[in-house]
Design a protein around this ligand. Structure first.
Ligand code: NDP
Length: 292
């Protein structure tokens, strides 16, 4: 169930609070699954190498899983792990009946082919929703497991109570993990979607006509507040450091917040939603595998 923010004075979309509410709902669902069907959803997280940011993400994912009652298993492999060794671990996890979700932390070391690894994960255990089968299902309008950050973006828009149908939406960034799937999801909700990228001409003019702006670029405060249409809903996926070393989004928050009706902060907007959606996908996968 989605909580709707009914108070129009609530301009800031509080991703932390929305993610927490989602985790509470998931904890209840996991407890029910255990009691009624004897199933404990299991998530395997695989990390190759020593990237400090990835290590933090993996630790946070394990902690969040355990908090909602999901069994969490971590496989930390050395940087020099061969692609064949990683494929062999994935094959084991694919056939492990206690594991319902598998996530390989990206990026992988350069000697391992990312696409090969993503495709080796069983589509029904693809907790990240990156497998071409799941992407294809999303594109053809019958979604199965969907990418976590885009799911989080959509959930945040839903919490505002905004009716997406018929709105003009603009997505800036066309990566497979954020921009493209967000655009498809907005289209699925009957928005009219413009998908922009580094070669887009007239970005400011396009943004100025949009009711919904989703920024997924990775450039500190590139989207200027003055480009935002009065009353727009702004979702900032970006996670960057500004010149002072402070965490910031892709949108110039202070000025954009003056024009937007609703806006996500960075940090505390989309970020907390990604892990919550990973947990949700693991539970969805467990239900689908056990057909309940
Ligand atoms: P990518 O680098 O894969 O993609 C960035 C996209 O932005 C590309 O499509 C690129 O265009 C486009 N772009 C780059 N420069 C411009 C420009 N000047 N004008 C318009 N478009 C531009 O990034 P990701 O999608 O992986 O991530 C985007 C941001 O979201 C990052 O800051 C990342 O840290 C953050 N992120 C946050 C998550 C969260 O949980 N909060 C999860 C995932 C990502 P082109 O294709 O032409 O190169």
């Amino acid at each position: 169930m989605t909580t709707t923010i009914t108070d129009p004075s609530l301009k800031i979309i509080d991703g932390k609070a929305v993610a927490k509410a989602l985790r509470v709902e998931l904890a209840t669902e996991v407890a029910d699954l255990k009691e009624s069907a004897g199933i404990t959803p299991g998530l395997a997280v695989v990390l190759v190498g020593e990237d400090p940011a990835s290590k933090v993400y993996v630790r946070n994912k394990a902690r969040a899983s355990e908090e909602v009652g999901i069994r969490s298993v971590q496989h930390i492999l050395p940087e020099e792990t061969k692609e064949a060794e990683l494929l062999s671990l994935i094959s084991e996890l694919n056939s492990d009946a206690d594991i319902h979700g598998i996530l390989v932390q990206l990026p992988l070391p350069a000697h391992i082919n990312q696409a090969t690894i993503i495709e080796a994960i069983s589509a029904e255990k693809d907790a990240d929703g990156f497998h071409p089968y799941n992407m294809g299902r999303l594109l053809t309008g019958s979604p199965t497991l969907e990418p976590c950050t885009p799911l989080g973006v959509m959930h945040l828009i839903e919490t505002t109570g905004l009716d997406i149908a018929g709105k003009d939406a603009i997505v800036i960034g066309r990566s497979n993990i954020v921009g493209k799937p967000v655009a498809v999801m907005l289209l699925g909700q009957n928005a009219t979607v413009t998908l922009c990228h580094s070669r887009t001409a007239g970005l400011a003019e396009k943004i100025a006509t949009a009711d919904i702006v989703v920024a997924a670029i990775g450039r500190a405060e590139m989207i200027k507040g003055e480009w935002i249409k009065e009353g727009a809903t702004v979702i900032d996926v970006g996670m960057n450091r500004n010149a002072d070393g402070k965490l910031c989004g892709d949108v110039e928050y202070a000025t954009a917040a003056k024009r937007a009706a609703r806006i996500t902060p960075v940090p505390g907007g989309v970020g907390p939603m990604t892990i919550a959606m990973l947990l949700k996908n693991t539970v969805t996968a467990a239900r689908a595998i056990h057909k309940i």
